[in-house]
Design a binder for this molecule. Structure first.
Ligand code: NAP
Ligand code: NAG
Ligand code: NAG
Ligand code: NAG
Length: 348
């Protein structure tokens, strides 16, 4: 992750396509450069997301995080088309559901995965933006082969959510290997430039099996202030496996009805010392740990703040104070919904 530390000038020389005043990149295991800060698009509808994508790209974002399940791919494509950006100036991430969840039927994990990926790319390119490939494709969740047939609408509706056995149940483990074969195939076909996973714990990686030839290059997990610098060993696991870690809900999903995590005294106070907001301090803390992130905002002023993270640094003492302030909710502030490494005891 050396690029995170490199100067903006150096970055401009190294990555003419993706560099901009507001962007910095990290190198994935296969050499693909990924902007460290992406725009989240979960819970934006197809109409609303078009303006947000356009505003985010104007503010300096160069990475858009989408998913088959967000059902807003046409709107994202329209925003990309309206932005005037070339395909190689933006980095597009998407996610295909885990088998048995979010519409992907467990009758044929491999075939359905291939079908959903093709559909996702078709929808993203249906509004005039020439999108023939994804920059990064993730499996959205560990699978769940038990419960509602042919699939549960969301991970919370599965028995695997309560049991946290998305990667330890033998049927789920087999489904992981089958879906990963599809990921390897689209990677080899050039439909995606890099492949990874989301909400995966250490046990999930064992399930990839001896037949895996390409290893996941990134894991996308929940990671934000209050969870500590290495929640359930998610970051050390990523480092051991040569994966980049990418944080979801980096601002705690706006507070989930309570005071937003970035409005707490500590990030506000640290922000004051830098002329930055508590939200910016919360995001910067993530980058300070070599973790990348996708954050969501529908407010152009917030978008400008959320990408203004690269020409200032937190002090070591500030990072340490935020590391120590562990207030996360043990039920939902965990890296994954579907599996658990409470003591980071499964070393892979
Ligand atoms: N792989 C997975 O399983 C998974 C799971 C969850 C999320 N994700 C991805 O991660 C993305 C981000 O997570 P998230 O949507 O939960 O939200 P988040 O980024 O943690 O928080 C977004 C909230 O913070 C507010 N906000 C953003 N910037 C702000 C600023 N500078 N000042 C004040 N408030 C600010 C936004 O409100 P305003 O609109 O008012 O700015 C919004 O309410 C998602 O959109 C999705 O792409 C992935
Ligand atoms: C982040 O990566 C850089 C470059 O590899 C390294 O020098 C630094 O120690 C890392 N920081 C953390 C907090 O791991
Ligand atoms: C999309 O979201 C916007 C903003 O929340 C809302 O005003 C609009 O009615 C929604 N459109 C649809 C079709 O749901
Ligand atoms: C692994 O590959 C071999 C050879 O192609 C095949 O016979 C075997 O069924 C595969 N194993 C799994 C678990 O997919």
């Amino acid at each position: 992750m050396r690029q995170i530390m490199a100067s903006r000038f150096m970055l401009a020389l190294l990555m003419p396509g993706l560099s901009s005043a507001g962007s910095q990149s990290v190198r994935l295991a296969n050499g693909v450069q990924m902007p460290t800060v992406g725009l989240g698009t979960w819970e934006f509808n197809n109409t609303e997301v078009t303006g947000v994508v356009k505003a985010a790209l104007a503010a300096g974002f160069r990475h858009i995080d989408s998913a088959h399940n967000y059902d807003n791919q046409e709107g994202i494509g329209a925003g990309l088309a309206a932005s005037g950006k070339r395909r190689d100036e933006v980095f597009i991430t998407s996610k295909v559901p885990g088998c048995g969840i979010q519409g992907l039927g467990k009758d044929d994990c491999f075939g359905n995965t291939m079908k959903f990926i093709a559909e996702d790319i078709r929808l993203l390119s249906s509004s005039g933006f020439p999108l023939k490939y994804l920059d990064l494709l993730l499996i959205h969740f560990p699978p769940c082969m038990e419960g509602e047939a042919p699939f549960a609408p969301n991970p919370f509706a599965t028995p695997c959510r309560a049991k946290r056995n998305g990667c330890t149940d033998p049927d789920n483990c087999r489904a992981i290997a089958e879906q990963w074969r599809a990921m390897e195939l689209v990677y080899q076909q050039g439909l995606v430039r890099a492949i990874g996973v989301s909400d995966y714990c250490s046990a999930c990686f064992k399930c990839l099996g001896a037949n895996a030839t390409v290893m996941p290059m990134l894991n996308n997990v929940q990671f934000h202030i209050g969870m500590g610098p290495d929640p359930q060993g998610a970051l050390s696991l990523a480092e051991r496996r040569g994966m980049v870690l990418m944080a979801w809900s980096p601002l705690g999903h706006g507070g989930r009805g309570e005071t937003p995590i970035f409005s707490r005294a500590l990030p506000m106070q640290i922000g004051k010392a830098h002329g930055k907001s508590g939200a910016q301090v919360s995001l910067k803390w993530i980058l300070s740990h070599n973790v990348t992130l996708t954050t969501k905002s529908g407010d152009p002023k917030h978008l400008a703040e959320d990408i203004d993270l690269f020409d200032w640094e937190l002090t070591a003492a500030e990072v340490a104070a935020l590391d120590a302030d562990q207030f996360a909710h043990s039920e939902y502030d965990t890296p994954s919904f579907m599996c658990n490494d409470p003591d980071n005891e499964i070393v892979v």
